[in-house]
Structure formats: structure tokens, C-alpha cells
Design a protein. Structure first.
Length: 547
């Protein structure tokens, strides 16, 4: 009579071998692959043993070996993390299937082990591997925004939780946890359907809808998130094209001459001398030349084809309203990410060779850390964007947690504490302004110091301030710093009568509709800024007979 072929052990060998091969193909650390191989061998041997054939001590050693091999796999991943290893690599459904295959290879052992107590001990690693696979599947689907796979993962987890109730005598507290998770997995998609019935982020927002504004953003959070995501991505792309690393290491970067990029639909061109705008005519001749220096707020964050930085609008206003008899030229020397001390370093090589008749300085937020060293630097990575996820509720929670982490990282502890009394004239920022005044006096050009405007000021409501803290966590302290900055400029203008102080805050500061974010001007804001500057310097131009 022919012996019966043991089907289950053959299946176990096949599954265990498949798991080992998958781990090799997936480039799992060799120690983890070894653990999987030993675990498969242990499970196969347990499945081959007849009922009642061994003592409790032998089964205790067998289950202990199975758990040791199980724990060897995550231990191998942990100890290789410093060798160029990344846990994100294993955020893949391939490894979720691998975990399920391991669970399936152990499962036959639960039907062969005697006595009964050891069956339960083998079911625990089966369930551990099954949950590891289902949670990995769920996480992969969530972060890759695979809705169908995500809901399948929820369904599998619910089935496993129900199976836990049938396999194990759970303590009361653990049974309540399992029931809560089942209820959460079932109800969360239903609640999300009610809260986010048409949840889907657009990849390219319509810039004409002004989703950046506070009025629109507070009503349409998803729309604002779409705008913010795209805004950060677009600006990052532009910076990589028009900015190059500075060879001397002092500057954050330099504008790349003769480079061209597009921000949303707005063309951005850097001329051969490294300034935004058209080529600069040489020699200067009879031209009255105005140079605007500053940060990205001077460089200009333009988004539509017809948008222009405020310096270009200023030149147009002077020509149209004053109709000068001599050429007027306004040169945009603003550079994103620069502070006043960076721009001072540029004067000898970049600014003075232009032979400016007037220099308009519009500096502010990038240098607030020089005014008060408890404030964060504005140069650094932007806040995390809002990501599309299978469930909008989970996407909201994830985004808020990431923003909290961003605020903790970017905002020093002192910057979150109440402000202290600071002398606005005893700081590196005031020293830089005094150097600028000395340069103007030595080189005989008219210096105009403009104070800084933001979407939030001391009179803004807490809701508006909180809205802009998404991108600027220290907004309340930045508002305080802006007050000190204005006070410092007033004192400098008083002590140096030849300096002209221009107030940009009237009609701009605290007016959300004029800004894309806390500090960068919207298309309307650039025009408004040009109007304010024009009205401010008009008496100077007429007095000096620039027209």
C-alpha cells in the first residue's frame, strides 16, 4: 500500500521557499533572510510532528525558536539602518505580500501541535505576520493615495480582528481595543464621505480664483491646500533654474545670468548682469537710474502672464504720470533669500557700477533674525505640503501633525515666548542700515528706506494670524519684529536727515488681499506697492528735476 503524501508540509516548504526568494529579490538584509529561512524550517518541522509525539518541553523550545526567528527579521532591519538603509524602501505592497506568505507558511503548524496550549502559541506569530502584512499594505496604499487598495487593507484588518476574537480568549481591555478598531475601520470611511463628499485636490490651481487669499482660504481649505502645494513646488522649480550656488560661500546663492523660468504662467528672466528684468543699457548717459534692493518681496513672486514686480510697475507709473523729459530706468536688484547684509556685499561689484541716482531699500522679514536673535531665520525648507490621501479626514490629521512638527523645528523656544524689551538701535540690523547710509553718502545717491508690510499686523484678528501661521509659524513674533523694524528706520531717518523714509504700510500693511502669503505681494499688491512708492518718491523726483 502506497504511503500518503504529506500535502501540508509540501505547501509549507513551497511557501517558506517563496518567502526566502522574495526577501532575496527584495534585497532584504541577509540576517533577515536567514531569520525567514529558520522560521520556515521550524514551522515545517512542527507541522510534521505527530500529535502527542513530544513533551511540553520540546514544544516550548519549538515555539521559542519560532518567536526568535520572527524577531530576528525586524532586528536585522533596525541594525542595518545606518548602512544607507531606509525604512521607506519597505513601504511597498511587495513586502506586505511577503509577510502574508510567511503567515501562511506557519499556519499549518497550528493544526498539528499538541497539546492544545501550544496551538495557541503558534497562532500568535501567524497573526503577528498577518497583521504586519495588512498594516504594511494599508500604509503603502495610504501614502501612495491608492484608494481601492486602502479600503481593501481596511477590510483585511477587520477580518483579522474578527479572527482574533475567534482564536484567542482576549482580556476585556484587549477585546475592547479590537472592537474599537473594527468600529473605527467601518465608520471612518462613512464619516469621511459626509465631511469630504467630493474630496480631491487639483494638481494645477486656477491662479485667477485667488485661492491664496484669506477670504478664499478660510472657506475652501482644500482649495487653499492645492494652491499652497503648487506654490511651493513651482517656486522650488524656479529657484533651481535661476539661482546658482555662490562660489564665495557668503551668499545663499546668486541669480544665474541669462536664465529663464516660468512661475505658474509668469515668465521670469534674469539678464546678463544677474538682475531680474530686461538688459541694462550701457553707458548710462542722461538716464535717471533708480535701483531697488531687497528680498524676494522685491524680486517679485508673479503668477500670471501680465503680472510684473512692483519695480516694473513703478517705472511705468513714473513714465506715464510724470512724462519725464529724460529717460527713467528702474532696475530690480532684489534677490530671494537675501538679507540687507548680503546686499551690502553686492554694492561694490553689482550696484555701484550701475551709477544709481536713487536706491530704494525694501528689506524686512529675512533680516528680522538680526533684529532679534530669538526669531527664526526665513532661509530654510518650506512647510510640508498637503497631500492627497484616500481619506480626507486622515489627510487633515496628518497635515496638522506635520505642521506642528514644522513649527517646533523652525520656531525656537524663545520665539514662542512673550516678547521682551529690545533696543531697536542696538542690533546687527541697525548696523547694516547705517552702513547703507554711509555708502549712499559716500557715493552721492539718494537713499530711500521703505518700511516693511505684511498681511498681518498688530490690529489683525487672531484668526487671520493663525491662518498665516501655516507657512510662518512665528507670525505673532514677526509682527512684533516689524513694529521694531519700523521704529528703527524712523530713528535712522531722524539721525540722518539726507535719508528719505517712505511709509509703505499705509494701505498695504494688514491688508490680506494684497498678499500671496504673509509677505509676498499678490498681483494687486505689486500694483498697490508701486502706487505707494510712486507717491512717496514723486516729490523727490520733482525736487531733483529727475523728469
Amino acid at each position: 500500500m502506497r504511503e500518503k503524501i504529506p500535502i501540508l508540509p509540501l505547501i509549507q516548504v513551497l511557501l517558506a521557499g517563496t518567502a526566502v526568494l522574495m526577501s532575496i529579490w527584495g534585497r532584504m538584509p541577509w540576517l533577515g533572510t536567514l531569520g525567514l529561512a529558520l522560521l520556515g524550517c521550524t514551522a515545517v518541522l512542527a507541522g510534521l510532528l505527530p500529535r502527542g509525539a513530544a513533551s511540553d518541553k520540546a514544544w516550548r523550545w519549538g515555539t521559542g525558536a519560532a518567536w526568535a526567528c520572527t524577531l530576528l527579521v525586524p532586528a536585522a532591519l533596525w541594525f542595518t539602518r545606518d548602512e544607507g538603509f531606509s525604512f521607506e524602501k519597505y513601504l511597498d505592497q511587495y513586502y506586505a505580500v511577503l509577510a502574508w506568505i510567511i503567515a501562511a507558511s506557519i499556519l499549518p503548524a497550528t493544526t498539528r501541535v499538541c497539546p492544545e496550549a501550544f496551538r495557541t502559541r503558534w497562532k500568535i506569530p501567524v497573526m503577528a505576520w498577518a497583521f504586519a502584512g495588512s498594516l504594511l499594505w494599508l500604509a503603502t496604499a495610504y501614502f501612495q493615495n491608492q484608494a481601492r487598495a486602502f479600503f481593501l487593507g481596511l477590510f483585511i484588518n477587520v477580518l483579522l480582528l474578527v479572527l482574533c476574537h475567534r482564536w484567542f480568549r482576549l482580556p476585556l481591555w484587549l477585546a475592547q481595543v479590537a472592537n474599537t478598531l473594527i468600529l473605527l475601520a467601518v465608520c471612518l470611511p462613512l464619516v469621511d464621505l459626509l465631511v469630504h463628499p467630493a474630496y480631491r485636490l487639483q494638481t494645477r490651481p486656477d491662479t485667477r480664483k485667488r485661492l491664496y487669499s484669506y477670504a478664499a482660504g478660510k472657506e475652501d481649505r482644500a482649495g487653499y491646500a492645492t494652491w499652497w502645494n503648487c506654490y511651493l513646488a513651482e517656486w522650488d522649480t524656479v529657484e533651481k533654474i535661476v539661482c546658482v550656488r555662490s562660489p564665495d560661500g557668503y551668499f545663499p546663492w546668486r541669480l544665474s545670468p541669462n536664465s529663464h523660468a516660468t512661475l505658474f504662467q509668469s515668465p521670469i528672466s534674469i539678464n546678463s548682469r544677474g538682475f531680474r528684468g530686461p538688459e541694462i543699457r550701457e553707458p548710462k548717459g542722461n538716464t535717471y537710474r533708480i535701483v531697488t534692493i531687497g528680498e524676494s518681496t522685491t524680486f517679485g513672486i508673479t503668477i500670471n502672464p501680465e503680472d510684473r514686480p512692483w519695480s516694473e510697475w513703478l517705472e511705468r507709473l513714473i513714465k506715464e504720470r510724470l512724462q519725464p523729459s529724460r529717460p527713467i530706468q528702474v532696475i530690480n536688484a532684489g534677490v530671494p533669500g537675501y538679507r540687507l547684509d548680503h546686499n551690502l556685499r553686492r554694492f561694490a561689484a553689482d550696484i555701484l557700477p550701475l551709477q544709481p541716482d536713487m536706491v530704494i531699500s525694501y528689506h524686512g522679514i529675512n533680516g528680522f533674525c538680526m533684529l532679534n536673535d530669538t526669531l527664526p531665520s526665513m532661509v530654510g525648507p518650506p512647510p510640508t505640503p498637503y497631500r492627497q490621501r484616500p481619506l480626507g479626514l486622515l489627510a487633515d490629521v496628518e497635515y496638522k501633525l506635520k505642521l506642528l512638527a514644522f513649527r517646533e523645528k523652525r520656531t525656537p523656544r524663545l520665539a514662542r515666548s512673550p516678547g521682551t524689551e529690545i533696543d531697536p538701535m542696538k542690533n546687527p540690523y541697525a548696523e547694516c542700515y547705517q552702513q547703507l547710509i554711509d555708502i549712499a553718502r559716500t557715493n552721492r545717491f539718494r537713499l530711500v528706506l521703505a518700511n516693511f508690510s505684511m498681511a498681518v499686523n498688530k490690529d489683525s484678528s487672531p484668526a487671520v494670524s493663525k491662518f498665516y501661521q501655516v507657512g510662518y509659524p512665528a507670525t505673532p513674533r514677526l509682527v512684533e519684529a516689524n513694529v521694531l523694524h519700523t521704529s528703527m528706520l524712523r530713528t535712522l531717518a531722524t539721525n540722518n536727515p539726507e535719508v528719505y523714509l517712505l511709509d509703505t504700510q499705509h494701505g498695504l500693511d494688514g491688508k490680506c488681499e494684497n498678499f500671496l502669503d504673509l509677505v509676498h505681494f499678490s498681483p494687486d499688491g505689486d500694483r498697490k506697492m508701486a502706487e505707494v512708492i510712486f507717491e512717496g518718491i514723486k516729490p523727490l523726483l520733482e525736487r531733483e528735476k529727475a523728469p
